[in-house]
Write a protein that binds this ligand. Structure first.
Ligand SMILES: [Zn+2]
Length: 117
């Protein structure tokens, strides 16, 4: 059996019932919260990754065409606006009709984020 993913290993809410915050693993800048996670069943270049509704405090890079297992996409890398570390990417456009829900959504790679609060 696979070892539990980053997302599976911690609680999604703090003691006050508020969503937990994910930040950049390098400088702890806040990037998103657990209630904005759409799915944890994604894979990035570093391994396990999260599909996320909205990510804050990132710079969106140049758009590029990328072939993935689920189809062809126009994506752009996103990097932490504080330290510049690439933490994932944003889906800009999907060529497949059934993958359009990803447009405007974000991938954060679990290896590059950490729970900050
Ligand atoms: Zn950072």
């Amino acid at each position: 059996m696979d070892k539990p993913s980053f997302y599976q290993t911690h609680s999604k809410f703090n003691n006050n019932g508020k969503p937990m915050i994910y930040g950049c693993c390098n400088c702890l800048t806040h990037l998103t919260t657990t209630n904005l996670v759409i799915s944890d069943r994604y894979t990035g270049s570093s391994g396990n990754a999260l599909l996320i509704y909205k990510v804050l405090n990132v710079k969106v890079g140049r758009s590029m065409f990328r072939k993935m297992t689920t189809g062809d996409y126009t994506v752009a890398d996103i990097c932490c606006h504080q330290c510049g570390k690439v933490v994932g990417w944003k889906y800009l456009k999907s060529s497949a009709e059934d993958q359009k829900f990803k447009e405007g959504r974000f991938i954060l790679e679990c290896a590059y984020i950490t729970v900050v609060g």
